[in-house]
Ligand binder design. Structure first.
Ligand SMILES: [Zn+2]
Length: 236
């Protein structure tokens, strides 16, 4: 049982606790032993994930030596890891708060410093450009590749009529980003009802605040992990 597996269980439970994931959605982490591979639970509600549910997936998003049922949308993880060597962890969520930004002309932008990482832009993936006849889900390599292309160098991509996918340099950062993307969506929607125009963070502010937040990302992670998993053995 590696620390990475325990942290992946924690990430699943934190994201469920924070209502970023419910019965659906998933989080993965790049393998520390084989960089082309990644770890993710078998097909299961995130709140229920235990270490024994975690499966290694290869670079083609297939489970390695494991015949348990994988997540249908595992291809979005594999194809992003392939196209983005800097990405170490990924969250895919059906967060209701972000849906309006994927189906209107209102672009999501960083409204406050906790979501400063959105300065890189928040593209919207239009699945119809890849496949007119679709069920919105990223169910194969081709769709995964095009989603990864849509993400480009950004930290978050919205998926029209479906949800969002967020990337980070590890589990603490990707959990932080998924939580605060959802908060940013709520705040931007609320601000939209007030007298505008909305004053967003500038690109420079976004860059600087992202560097600052990276220095403290362990703080909320430790708090969330304790709430989701209980105190670590030996801490009492
Ligand atoms: Zn999905």
């Amino acid at each position: 049982m590696s620390d990475l597996h325990i942290d992946l269980v924690a990430a699943n439970r934190i994201l469920a606790m924070e209502n970023v994931l419910d019965g659906y959605g998933h989080v993965s982490v790049r393998s520390d032993r084989k960089p082309g591979h990644f770890f993710m639970s078998r097909s299961l509600a995130p709140q229920l994930v235990k270490v024994s549910d975690i499966m290694e997936h290869d670079a083609d998003s297939e489970p390695v030596g494991d015949d348990r049922k994988p997540y249908l949308e595992r291809f979005l993880h594999g194809e992003i890891y392939r196209q983005r060597p800097d990405v170490m962890a990924i969250v895919h969520s059906h967060s209701d708060a972000v849906i309006p930004f994927g189906v209107t002309k209102s672009a999501m932008k960083p409204i406050y410093h906790m979501a400063s990482f959105l300065y890189s832009g928040v593209p919207v993936f239009e699945i119809r450009r890849t496949r007119a006849e679709n069920d919105l889900l990223i169910r194969d390599h081709e769709l995964g590749r095009d989603l990864a292309k849509s993400l480009g160098k950004c930290n978050c991509v919205l998926m029209r009529g479906h949800g969002m996918t967020v990337v980070g340099d590890g589990l603490p950062e990707v959990v932080f980003r998924a939580v605060y993307t959802q908060v940013n969506a709520r705040l931007q929607t609320a601000a939209g009802h007030l007298q505008g125009p909305i004053e967003f963070l500038s690109e420079e502010e976004g860059k600087r605040a992202t560097v600052t937040n990276r220095g403290t990302v362990e703080r909320p992670w430790e708090l969330w992990k304790m709430k989701a998993m209980g105190p670590e053995p030996g801490s009492r």
